[in-house]
Design a protein around this ligand. Structure first.
Ligand SMILES: Nc1ncnc2c1ncn2[C@@H]1O[C@H](COP(=O)(O)OP(=O)(O)OP(=O)(O)O)[C@@H](O)[C@H]1O
Ligand SMILES: [Mg+2]
Length: 414
């Protein structure tokens, strides 16, 4: 303990050893400017370490002091860790600790919540001089509490080795920094918690998509097994078609899972990634590649622009493309007339009227009298019609000299 030359009682208000000299107006105005500059930085939401460091630098600058440090309270050890500062050696920041007991000026500010000025540390009766400060020849110190809704974060302390007087007006200046820091730290903690909650929700959604995709893959392989076991070719075809439809839906969940880690990133071309949404382009490309792999020798091409779309809309679009491409594979190029086969093109692009998806071939064309509304008793075109209605879109067959083109127009929200 130091010699008992000062008051031993802790005052409810900041103490000074003698009346401060009248503050220089320019000096105080400069402090205000510095503080308001820091206010802007604190609101920008830079990381806590950077903010603590800036606060220490600006506080020291504003008070013309040699040393400043931001201390974080470590509850478990009941000590104050130097998180940031100016004037201290490299082995201090992030390493040195100061007792958080009432006998250290910083500990006093922390535990009582009151700012504290000690202009003659060597003569203090209230406080001992912490070792770190003694090592640096600190003569006077001023401490204010940094707190937020979670409680005390730590202490902001300005120190100097030279004779002089810290004043109550300096406390107001420092408390301004401490308040801004407290608010910024609280906001960043809340943001970190929210980010963690969102990441977890995203992970769960991806996990669900993965499981749904796996389950649908099992259903698809069961249908393939049944198709192989069936003797009737009509049953075989029906089961193969059913399998292909199930696979188209599984493809959406596969993409939701694959693209899930990009949610929140800037999606190529079109807005933010949103959970439950996927980019239509890779989904359609994969779907078409899957269909092509089932019929070697056929030429399938897919050009799709990046377009984020909800899974609810991607599923009917995928099923629709599945039906139309399957039809083109089955009927457009009969071996009798087209022994070399031909090309089938899938194109998806965003136009002012909405999303336009076209499936085009250069084959024999549709049978005479074909109408979309009442095309056939077969399931395919009826599925296509009902999916188009579900999407609130329209399906047309633009006139062509050769081959067939189905054009689906889907309005896009927003
Ligand atoms: N790209 C195409 N080129 C030529 N004809 C086509 C084409 N697409 C469809 N068709 C004709 O339209 C008919 C109706 O197609 P739809 O998909 O409804 O029936 P399906 O393919 O025969 O049966 P399902 O789809 O139920 O297995 C087909 O039978 C075929 O004659
Ligand atoms: Mg069909």
């Amino acid at each position: 303990m130091n010699a008992q030359t000062d008051q031993t009682e802790v005052e409810p208000t900041p103490e000074t050893l003698r009346a401060p000299a009248p503050p220089d107006l320019d000096y105080r105005l400069r402090q205000q400017v510095i503080l308001s500059e820091f206010g802007v930085e604190a609101l920008r939401g830079t990381d806590v370490d950077h903010l603590l460091q800036r606060a220490a630098e600006l506080c020291a600058q504003g008070m013309g002091a040699e040393f400043c440090k931001a201390l974080e309270y470590q509850r478990g050890a009941d000590t104050l860790l130097v998180r940031a500062g100016v004037g201290w050696g490299p082995d201090v920041i992030g390493k040195a600790r100061i007792g958080a007991d009432l006998a250290s000026p910083a500990g006093f500010a922390l535990k009582t919540g009151r700012p504290v000025i000690s202009n003659h540390l060597a003569d203090e009766t209230r406080f001992r001089t912490p070792q770190l400060m003694a090592d640096h020849g600190i003569r006077r110190a001023i401490n204010v509490l940094i707190e937020n809704r979670d409680g005390a974060f730590g202490v902001l302390e300005v120190d100097d080795t030279r004779e002089g007087m810290f004043e109550e007006a300096d406390i107001a200046f420092m408390q301004g920094f401490a308040n801004l820091l407290g608010g910024a730290i609280e906001r960043q903690r809340t943001e970190t918690l929210l980010r963690a909650a969102l990441a977890r929700q995203d992970l769960l959604a991806r996990e669900m998509s993965h499981r749904v995709k796996n389950s649908l893959a099992i259903v698809a392989s069961l249908l393939a097994l049944q198709a192989r076991a069936a003797e009737d070719p009509a049953v075989q075809t029906a089961l193969a078609d059913a399998r292909s439809r199930v696979e188209a839906i599984a493809g959406v969940h596969d993409q939701l899972w694959r693209q899930g880690d990009k949610a929140g990133d800037k999606a190529e071309g079109d807005g933010e990634g949103v959970p439950g949404e996927l980019d239509l382009a890779p989904f359609l490309e994969k779907l078409v590649a899957n269909l092509a792999s089932g019929v070697p020798g056929q030429r399938l091409a897919c050009t799709a622009c990046p377009q984020r779309i909800s899974a609810d809309r991607a599923i009917p679009i995928g099923l629709l493309v599945n039906e139309l491409v399957t039809n083109a594979l089955k009927y457009a190029y009969p071996p009798e007339t087209h022994p070399a086969g031909g090309e089938i093109r899938v194109r998806a692009e965003r136009r002012p009227e909405g999303l336009v998806v076209e499936v085009t071939d250069d084959g024999i064309g549709l049978p005479a009298g074909f109408e979309i509304g009442r095309a056939s008793k077969s399931l395919g075109m009826r599925v296509v019609g009902s999916l188009t209605r579900q999407l609130g879109g329209s399906l047309t067959i633009p006139a062509r000299e050769t081959g067939t083109c189905f054009r689906l127009e889907v309005p896009l929200a927003g």
